[in-house]
Write a protein that binds this ligand. Structure first.
Ligand code: GAP
Length: 443
């Protein structure tokens, strides 16, 4: 993980948030390449969930909802972690994660393992972040930053049913920020207090719920594979009955082999009719489907819920590679070209050569009309290639002496390092084709 954090920092993907003030625990800011990468992750998700389907529509609900939403959803009462305090070292730990934590006095031991440890009984600690609405500091003004995007979907069920004229099976997809006052944050982007989720609630006739649950587990696993994550680093883990969330009758996690071990990347849950029934009860608004023939029922819900930041971390971890080329070490991010933040670099071989520079600038300006491209004329060509390798740019186009003679350029492939010559006038079309080709990691 240290290498990943260091690369992300060095190349301006991710910075600790409010760093000049010493940071704020487990919140991060995305720099230029991080923003581009994150936007690509979200774009691929929206493509797969909305653009390429007819049965799912998008929504963007508010972050702060009526607090009654969280009463109905069960988050106020039940969205908590069990906490223990150590009276000796004054640190606080998650009771169910003591094996992952270090004792405050003897970090080689876990809390509770030394005779000096004096742990309290576990207490439930609600993970929702509170805020206040309006000018008066009173209990009635308390509101919450949403801990999941899902509830903004459920409370809009009726709007979508009526206005988008959908009938089950249909889905509503949302990408947006969620907030959790995590007690044991850490591990970089894996567990943050402010993060982004990509969630989709799929409303189905109750009798079909099991079949759609299995469908979405496969579909979501396929999405990570199609976007370049290695098969051997992904697995599906079915939750034991004791670990299911309060709303779920079945959940499968898609797990990724992070540097911290196999951990949840995305959860697919069968939420049954829990949410629509609860909101019907608390709001008085009947959330059900009424068919043309008058049949009525409360749809069941299958929910694939992923994290943007966690997916981004998995893509970067999976792509990270070091190798020796011509006796020199190179670090390369072998990202799927459609996920990579920059698609093409344009490099004049000799930056002092005005003809090469003008050819390169013209090509760069042409390519950037369609793709995220970069022009770079600073430093040795080898160093410029390595910079692009580290941010995962799949193709680099170099303008050299031969370009000035015959209007061709070399294209260098990030993964194989193979170089081929192309007519300058065909680069734009070549790049479009290359980015559309299926891609598999050479690792
Ligand atoms: N609506 C269901 C739900 O929120 P979850 O398993 O708690 O389920 C879904 O969250 C996904 O959101 C997780 O699989 C993970 O990718 C991401 N996620 C959850 N908590 C996170 C955190 N503290 N930091 C980063 N990502 C998180």
């Amino acid at each position: 993980m240290d290498k990943i954090v260091s690369l992300c920092r060095r190349r301006g993907f991710v910075f600790p948030s409010s760093e000049i003030y010493g940071g704020l625990g487990s919140t991060y800011d995305y720099g230029h390449y991080g923003v581009l990468l994150k936007n690509n992750v979200k774009a691929r998700w929206l493509e797969a969930m909305v653009q390429e389907r007819e049965d799912i529509v998008a929504i963007d609900s508010a972050i702060i909802l009526n607090p009654r939403v969280w009463e109905a959803s069960g988050h106020l009462a039940g969205f908590s972690d069990p906490l223990v305090d150590c009276r000796t070292c004054k640190l606080r730990f998650r009771a169910d994660k003591l094996d992952d934590a270090a004792c405050g006095r003897k970090p080689s031991k876990h809390p509770g393992e030394t005779p000096d440890c004096d742990l309290t009984e576990p207490r439930a600690f609600n993970l929702m972040l509170q805020t206040r609405i309006g000018p008066v500091e009173e209990d009635a003004s308390v509101a919450y930053l949403r801990p999941e995007t899902a509830q903004g979907i459920f409370v809009n069920f009726k709007n979508v049913l009526q206005l988008a004229r959908r009938k089950p099976p249909f889905g509503i997809a949302q990408i947006g920020k969620s907030f959790r006052n995590e007690i044991t944050p850490g591990n970089f982007l894996f567990r943050m207090r402010e993060f982004e989720q990509m969630e989709m609630e799929y409303f189905v006739p109750p009798a079909d719920a099991e079949q759609w649950y299995r469908y979405w587990v496969e579909e979501r696993l396929g999405w990570y594979l199609r976007n370049g994550v290695r098969d051997s680093h992904l697995r599906v883990r079915v939750h034991e009955s004791g670990e299911l969330s309060h709303y779920s009758s079945a959940t499968s996690d898609i797990e990724y082999l992070f540097p911290i071990g196999w951990s949840e990347l995305e959860g697919i849950a069968n939420r049954g009719d829990f949410d629509l029934t609860q909101h019907t009860q608390y709001s008085g608004s009947k959330l059900e489907f009424v068919g043309d023939g008058g049949e009525r029922y409360t749809p069941h819900v299958i929910e694939p819920a992923g994290g943007v930041d966690r997916a981004l971390l998995a893509f970067v971890v999976d792509a990270y590679d070091e190798e020796i080329v011509a006796e020199r070490e190179r670090t390369v991010l072998r990202l799927h070209p459609r996920i990579a933040p920059v698609k093409a670099a344009v490099l004049p071989l000799i930056p002092r050569n005005a003809d090469m520079v003008s050819h390169a600038r013209a090509l760069y300006e042409e390519l950037r009309l369609q793709h995220m491209a970069e022009y770079d004329d600073s430093g040795q060509i080898g160093r410029r290639y390595r910079r692009q390798d580290e941010i995962g740019t799949p193709f680099a186009f170099t303008i050299d002496e031969q370009t000035l003679e015959d209007e061709t350029v070399t294209v260098r492939d990030r993964d194989s390092l193979a170089q081929e010559r192309l007519p300058l006038s065909g680069v734009r079309a070549w790049l479009g084709d290359a980015l559309a080709r299926p891609w598999k990691t050479p690792k």
